[in-house]
Design a protein. Structure first.
Length: 393
């Protein structure tokens, strides 16, 4: 047994492996074994492990200053915030954090504070982070062992079981809109299986929010930054969120970092009310430097052209494996996919056959890096497809 914990597992049954180094999209394990990462680690290593632009930007910033007071104004902070708001195509302000869970916590705190209401509406299937507030809106096994704010959460059914949101709306009416501060949703459910809601469902939910003056919090910690195609997942559904929570790909995993977009209405509220939110490493300059590099590199024609090609190749591989007997269902959008298997998939099987992947009980989550080269991507997908083809049932 090691002297450190593994996350989300019984320690004696933890899946782990000897890791030595990483380059581009390849992890080097013990005995010089190389595996292609098809999940961007936990969906954060979206620009691979050797992204010169990000590394150089962080290094340059370290030489200038590596830390800053939350009170400090500096051009990097202002310029990056402007560029992020531009990419979001929304007016408002950004609150910086150091993780996805903290982005959610701060959005929930602000929503409850402004509305002076406690209830947050959340989906049956969702993941929003490991802190108690974020876990209380999370809908999966991870909140079962903790006492979370269940009385403050209203669960609505999954969109596939309620395609025109009739049940969701009736549950909210029954609860009483005077008690509801916000609806908190992953725009595209990520780790829990890539479940997409139709435009009709989003239209109903967003117009209900508008009509009843309920905040819409969109969790884009996983699906933000081109993961599902557009810069942000909500841009495909014509939504105007009050909060958008971001992390993971915001720095490609190079620095722990996160952000919360807040609308003008939220921003204005705090012009003359105390914003009772903060953290020691607020707007960390190294996080901002990584984000700066990502905003610049994703704006390039080369990045976008390469991304579209990889999306097409990914889709064609998914279409092919859909036909295998071992595969039950495939769901995907952009470079994010869930593959439900008839039999539990094995993390070790994939690792032994050349791929690092996120593997659940019966579902594989794929989230390859957004800047894979054509050659490496072909190899990575080939190993994956071959492992699946060689499974029986
Ligand atoms: C949609 C979503 N929200 C929030 C989180 C929490 O992020 P973190 O682990 O950085 O706290 C995750 C992490 O997987 C996530 O997928």
């Amino acid at each position: 047994m090691k002297n450190y914990f593994y996350t989300w597992t019984d320690q004696s049954k933890a899946k782990h492996f000897e890791f030595e180094s990483a380059a581009n999209h390849i992890l080097s394990l013990k005995d010089n074994k190389k595996v292609y990462d098809l999940s961007s680690l936990s969906c954060q290593a979206s620009f691979g492990h050797s992204c010169d632009e990000i590394i150089q930007s962080i290094q340059k910033q370290m030489v200038s200053f590596s830390m800053a007071s939350p009170k400090a104004d500096f051009s990097l902070k202002e310029n990056v915030t402007n560029s992020l708001l531009k990419l979001l195509k929304l007016k408002g302000k950004i609150f910086y954090t150091v993780s996805g869970a903290e982005s959610i916590e701060n959005a929930l705190k602000m929503a409850r504070d402004i509305k002076q209401k406690k209830i947050i509406v959340a989906r049956q299937k969702s993941y929003h982070g490991a802190t108690l507030g974020a876990l209380s809106v999370t809908g999966d096994w991870r909140n079962l062992s903790h006492e979370t704010l269940d009385d403050w959460t209203l669960r609505i059914p999954e969109p596939k079981d309620d395609p025109d949101a009739t049940q969701a709306i009736s549950l909210m009416n029954k609860c009483g809109v005077q008690k509801i501060a916000a609806i908190c949703l992953e725009t595209v459910t990520g780790g829990n299986g890539v479940f997409l809601a139709d435009q009709k469902w989003w239209d109903k939910i967003s117009s209900y929010c508008n009509k009843k003056q309920i905040f819409l919090i969109l969790d884009e910690v996983l699906c933000g930054f081109y993961r599902t195609g557009p810069p942000f997942g909500f841009q495909d559904y014509n939504l105007r969120p009050d909060f958008v929570t971001l992390s993971k790909s915001i720095t490609g995993g190079y620095i722990p970092f996160g952000a919360v977009y807040t609308s003008l209405e939220v921003a204005k509220y705090y012009d003359d009310h105390v914003l009772s939110c903060g953290l020691t490493n607020y707007a960390h300059p190294l996080g901002l430097a990584a984000l700066d590099a990502i905003l610049k590199l994703t704006a390039s024609k080369d990045f976008l052209e390469n991304l579209i090609q990889r999306e097409l190749e990914f889709e064609s591989m998914l279409r092919a494996i859909e036909k295998l007997d071992s595969v039950k269902e495939v769901r995907y959008k952009g470079l994010l996919a869930a593959i439900d298997m008839h039999r539990p998939p094995s993390f070790d099987d994939f690792l032994n056959n050349g791929n690092y992947l996120m593997v659940g009980d019966k579902t594989i989550i794929l989230a390859p890096a957004l800047n894979y080269s054509a050659e490496d991507f072909k190899k990575a997908l080939h190993f994956f497809k071959t492992t699946l083809e060689n499974r029986n049932g």
